[in-house]
Design a protein. Structure first.
Length: 225
């Protein structure tokens, strides 16, 4: 397994087991949520963590790099879209991590972080997420990293891939996801580094949407002639 973001944890058996499990689990899924997605999210989380420490936005004494990486590695394992039939999304991460030798408190924290990443939950109860980030600052980093991978050029590829793999919506339906969610993520980013990257990636979404509408307008014009 060649993943640069794991270099700081080369001798960490728990992280190694989590990475191996994630690789096996995610490699079975469609390309919108595969191992490469995990590598990108974990790499972005690592980058955001380092930048945030360097700017003193976060304190490494109260924001665990290890928890950030574990949550980035496992955040989609309990996703209800992909959960295995014999697994309970509410407890699967705790059970998995403790089976790898993690202490109960660490397993509970990582599970809480992963469960707190939902966009829908944040929209419905933003105050709850603010409180959760205050208790688990690692959530801000992993959530920003995951959301960054849903926008920009890669995000465009992922949204159309997911539409084809998991839904029957037409291409226009996937484009509609831009206005429903993807173009509205910048205000929800929790870290300065995350916001800066999100601004740039969101502009790529806007440009793509503009190109799409220009090309589609030719079809509409032709049908009216």
């Amino acid at each position: 397994m060649d993943a640069t973001f794991l270099s700081d944890f080369a001798s960490d058996e728990l992280v190694s087991k989590a990475a191996s499990y994630s690789l096996e689990f995610m490699s079975k899924l469609d390309a919108s949520h595969d191992w490469e997605h995990i590598v990108r999210v974990a790499s972005l989380a690592n980058l955001i963590y380092r930048r945030s420490v360097n700017t003193a936005e976060i304190n490494p004494d109260t924001c665990s790099h290890r928890k950030v990486i574990l949550a980035a590695l496992l955040h989609d394992v309990a996703d209800r879209k992909y959960i295995q039939q014999d697994q309970d999304s509410a407890t699967v991460l705790f059970q998995l991590l403790t089976s790898f030798g993690a202490e109960n408190s660490l397993a509970e924290d990582v599970q809480t972080i992963c469960h707190g990443m939902s966009y829908k939950n944040e929209i419905s109860d933003p105050a709850a997420v603010v409180a959760l980030v205050a208790k688990h600052p690692e959530l801000a980093i992993v959530q920003d990293a995951d959301r960054l991978d849903s926008i920009g050029a890669i995000g465009i590829g992922r949204v159309f891939t997911y539409g084809g793999a998991k839904t029957t919506r037409p291409l226009q339906g996937s484009l509609g996801h831009f206005d429903q969610k993807l173009l509205h993520l910048v205000p929800l980013m929790k870290t300065q580094a995350g916001r800066e990257m999100a601004h740039e990636r969101t502009e790529r979404l806007r440009l793509f949407k503009q190109w799409w509408e220009e090309e589609e307008s030719v079809t509409n014009t032709s049908s009216n002639e």
